[in-house]
Design a protein around this ligand. Structure first.
Ligand code: UD1
Length: 427
């Protein structure tokens, strides 16, 4: 199992090319199941979760080929061709689903295209229970019938799906995506109210439109879909990764560095940049992206995670690492997931002073963090340990880095190019 060794304390300076977003790429890939024709996605990040999704889609009968390699300093040029002329198997097996919860995104497309799907029920995970009841209720309203057996969600729609008005009782990114994809092949009109407005959903909607779908309301909390008999081939570029953007912005801020994030899109990270400015970080929009620099002191600021356009839960752990060295205190409140504080005991091993109470953590800034052996527990928690390691005195050794590889493309190369002393050790 690989480890990452960081010798910290250096301000980072240079350029980081932001990759395509994992959380956009995964539903976009699942959308290939909606058509007999080929879907080509460009600006695809090179990540473990992308390979897991590719394996799952080939299990369902998709032919998949990748082209292009990531180049120097992260200039990802990958594209993927996904072609599912026939669905050969409608089961998403436990072996793949347990590795990646986003596997649930094949449920809507499989059901809409073939009238049946069998998807292993995703279990609990490190950041909370994460049920899929909203996906199931929504698809039931489109006419599907469900039966749970042997750890699998069995779904059938023998007469096809039919348009309906679905009001989500709470905002869910994955449920919005599953219903949006299913509605594209349902008969008649579907209205989805109280949908998530994350940019990855807008990206999916634009790709579906390129495939022949009729969708209005993109970027709002209501999507209206006119169902089609079939969709067709399309080519689509994956939107840039706002979580990767925020993570490297915080790396620059925490180390007192100066990094230009090329390919980053400011409108996707407004809430994050506002908080960084409030914390004393300089943020400028450039021709190529966003430049983040810190010369003065870092100030403690309070943050609450919220659905987009609020501060993303996927940057909560990294923000905690940043605040751990701020002047003063910061209250960080997690409103999306219960139990998303796994990074805190690990940060504490490096000298961070953080107290968790209910859904909030109180971070009292310290002058120095000190390197230590720490363990990655989930994807974003691991990123917070990398940030802390970059700022800490001495050596930090992070184990279980496979969590990082699920969502950050060549993180050690991108950071090393900005002067970080970081190395991947193959055990
Ligand atoms: C997606 C992102 C993930 C991000 C999250 C919130 C992908 C692949 N993953 O996850 O990185 O942290 O959005 O921005 O895009 N819920 C229910 N019932 C459901 C579905 C969700 O109660 O059927 C709850 C969840 O437990 C959670 C909240 O709704 O408390 C939001 O979850 P959701 O938006 O669905 O997250 P994901 O789509 O799983």
């Amino acid at each position: 199992m690989d480890k990452i060794r960081i010798r910290g304390g250096k301000p980072l300076s240079g350029t980081v090319q932001i990759s395509g977003a994992k959380n956009a790429a995964l539903p976009l890939m699942a959308a290939c199941l909606l058509t007999e024709e080929a879907l080509v996605l460009t600006n695809l990040p090179h990540l473990a979760d992308i390979s897991t999704m590719a394996n799952l889609l080939s299990q369902h009968g998709a032919n998949i080929s990748m082209a292009g390699e990531a180049g120097d300093n992260g200039h990802a040029g990958r594209s993927i061709n996904l072609h599912a002329p026939r669905i050969t198997d409608t089961t998403a097996p436990y072996e793949l689903v347990r590795r990646m919860r986003a596997s649930i995104l094949v449920l809507g497309p499989l059901l809409a295209r073939t009238g049946e799907a069998r998807v292993s029920l995703p279990g609990g995970c490190a950041i909370g229970a994460r049920p899929v009841d909203l996906h199931i209720k929504g698809l039931t309203q489109l006419g599907a019938e469900f039966e749970m057996a042997e750890g699998y969600i069995g779904a059938t729609a023998p007469n096809g799906l039919k348009g309906a008005h679905i009001v989500f009782p709470m905002v869910s990114v994955g449920a919005t995506e599953n219903l949006l994809m299913a509605a594209c092949l349902a008969e008649g009109e579907t209205t989805l109210s109280n949908v998530a407005r994350e940019p990855e959903i807008g990206d999916l909607a634009e790709c579906l439109i390129a495939m022949g779908a009729e969708i209005s309301g993109i970027g709002t909390d209501t999507l209206v879909v006119q169902g089609k008999k079939s969709l067709h081939s399309a080519e689509h570029a994956v939107v840039s990764d706002r979580i990767e953007t925020g993570t490297y912005a915080m790396a620059a801020a925490l180390t007192g560095g100066d990094i230009e994030l090329t390919g980053a899109r400011v409108e996707l990270v407004e809430a994050v940049l506002d908080k960084l400015r409030e914390a004393g970080v300089d943020v400028d929009v450039t021709d190529k992206g966003i430049r983040v620099k810190r010369e003065g002191a870092l100030r403690g600021v309070d943050v609450m995670t919220e659905p987009f356009p609020g501060f993303p839960t996927d940057l909560q752990a990294q923000m905690t690492a940043l605040m751990s060295m701020a002047d003063g205190a910061a209250m960080i409140t997690e409103s999306i997931f219960e139990n998303r504080f796994m990074h805190i005991p690990e940060l504490a091993r490096m000298g961070a002073n953080v107290t968790v109470h209910g859904a909030s953590s109180l971070v009292r800034g310290v002058d120095t963090l000190v390197g230590a052996p720490v363990m990655a527990t989930d994807l974003r928690a691991s990123a917070s340990l990398v940030l802390a390691g970059l700022a800490a005195k001495g050596e930090t050794m992070i184990s279980r880095v496979y969590h990082i590889d699920r969502g950050y493309e060549r993180i050690e190369e991108k950071l090393a190019a900005c002067g970080a002393d970081i190395e991947r050790l193959d055990e």
